[in-house]
Ligand binder design. Sequence first.
Ligand code: PEP
Ligand code: MN
Length: 333
Amino acid sequence: MIITLTDDADLNAVRAALSELGLWVHEFGGRRGTTQFLVRPYSGHVDPAALLSVPGVADVSEQPRRHPLVDAQPAEVRIGGTRIGGDAAPVLMAGPCSVESEDQIHTVARRLAELGARFLRGGAFKPRTSPYDFQGFGKEALDWLRDAADAHGLQVVTEAMSESTMADVAEVADLIQIGSRNMHNTPLLQAAGRTGKPVLVKRGMAATVDEWLAAGEYCLEAGAPAVVFCERGIRSFDVRTRNFLDLASVALLRHVHRQPVIVDPSHALGRRDLVLPLGRAAIAAGAAGLLVEVHPNPGAALSDGPQAVSFELAGELAALTRGDRPAFLAGES
Ligand code: PEP
Ligand code: MN
């Protein structure tokens, strides 16, 4: 926001009053009579009308919003019958990295449904670093995924990698996943939005929070009824974990931008032994759910085996997402 001061304003007093209201005063300029402060709320939303009552403030104007549709999206969205975000209980979205066979995905769906998961995940089209790695079974795997989800009352979240296969993905998905590598692919974001399905926007591995929110804006602007954001780790200097799980961004999206945001500790950590503790931390930071890779035999997985958890561990993750939100989060929305 830009605040213009009156001729006789006491600059220090106005500064102090604005800070008191939760605003960060960035800079000021202009001549006497046209002095302006550029201010930004450092937490939550500050009503411009409240600023006009500060002695010395003549005018308040809002800068154009970068992502107005995202800003207008409610904290809680509904995907099919599932509430995500706001005061809703955290949801579990889980399944293998890749859909490997009809049998594999049915087994996983059955076990996850018993645990209380709401969404079955699994890639049919896989973004792989090397062209020699397993690329997914494509359209056939989409059908296996849908059948398995239907047989066990689950919803489907799966990745769309290209505009040419978007229609096939949209036909089976309840939530279309845009992967980290494609978060900046604006035609793909628009194509996902045009299907009229909700979109899960994974954060690009080198994307700022504002770029991530803008990616969500592309989907909503193109027609998506809702977007859910997913933090999956960003690149850092340290390679001890596959990525760096940025829980500060989760808290920002949840508590400042009031967006439904889930966390994928599997791709963030790249190792199964840390998925549960970071899953807990994610919920504490405000995550509306977890997206986790689960495999019946992680050692034999065709992709991302080292980070896939067993059904036993999936049970512990599911317990985090069942029932009410943890007591220490009560009242926060
Ligand atoms: C995935 O979810 O399987 C995946 C490839 O994720 P990301 O885009 O976060 O790497
Ligand atoms: Mn994976």
